[in-house]
Design a binder for this molecule. Structure first.
Ligand code: SAH
Length: 254
């Protein structure tokens, strides 16, 4: 019997964001692997075994899931959002590259999901309507100096920037330092969006400026979007403001 490993994106929270492909592949899996809170989102099915692990154990989780699929089972690994964005699909590829040759013969399926920055952007208008880039502020797997270099490059090149992993218990200062870094390049009035727990019951989306942005507003479930010089805010009476980045950039130094 040949096993299968599916790496599945669950979307940002609410089950309405789960794709039909993801639901079908989840339903067919014999075993599920993932970070506990993500597995809790998957409806339980008789006969399906769940292996929950901590969010710092991605490498070990990928190896365990591959070994399980190697024994002939249909195995699924779940990620929040999209599995290819700072998540399990890359961990699984790393494990396949470093692992036994038999893992390369496995049937591997990556099922995309709605990533957090798209869910946050959709709530507020179209902040990612022109060129943008994405950074994880976690310096667990890369040096902080590299993050600073990329923030400098992205802001000075006119990209809107979506920041994943802005803070955690072990990384309390990184978002404050990143905002300070971006203030060197961008005007104080640059729009900043804090999207917290989007598509979950405790969702909170706030719009502020780079000048006023306060890192303590963010937690582990927050995605921060920092606009470019071109990003605009449209005030609306009785409704929350729209944040958008126009499709056209006229100036070379936009
Ligand atoms: N694979 C995930 C990202 C994993 S990194 C995805 O594609 O969305 C974890 C980070 O994602 C969090 O620190 C936060 O920045 C962001 N995030 C995940 N879910 C979120 C949500 N519902 N609302 C806002 N940000 C979220």
């Amino acid at each position: 019997m040949s096993g299968q490993l599916a790496v599945i994106g669950l979307g940002p929270g609410d089950a309405r964001y789960l794709t039909r492909e993801a639901a079908e592949v989840l339903a067919a899996a014999q075993a599920l692997y993932g970070y506990g809170p993500y597995l809790d989102r998957v409806p339980p099915r008789a006969g399906q075994v769940c292996h929950a692990s901590d969010n710092r154990e991605e490498g070990a989780r990928a190896q365990a899931a591959l070994a399980h699929a190697g024994r002939g089972a249909r195995v699924a690994v779940v990620s929040g959002g999209d599995p290819g964005v700072f998540a399990m699909a890359a961990a699984v590829c790393e494990a396949i590259e470093a692992g036994p040759p038999s893992w390369r013969a496995l049937d591997l399926l990556v099922v995309p999901g709605v990533t957090a920055m798209l869910a946050v952007a959709a709530r507020i208008g179209a902040p990612l309507g022109h060129d943008f880039c994405t950074l994880s502020l976690s310096d667990n797997l890369k040096p902080w100096e590299l993050i600073e270099r990329r923030l400098d490059a992205a802001a000075s090149a006119g990209f809107v920037i979506a920041l994943y992993n802005p803070v955690s218990r072990s990384r309390p200062w990184q978002l404050g330092a990143a905002l300070e870094r971006l203030r060197r390049h961008l005007p104080p009035s640059t729009p900043v969006v804090f999207g917290r727990a989007v598509a979950r019951p405790e969702e909170q989306v706030t719009v502020t400026t780079l000048d006023a942005a306060d890192a303590s507003q963010a937690d582990m479930a927050t995605l921060v979007i920092v606009g470019s010089r071109a990003t605009r805010v449209i005030a609306r009476s009785g409704r929350s403001p729209l944040v958008y980045t126009p499709r056209a950039a006229a100036e070379v130094n936009a």
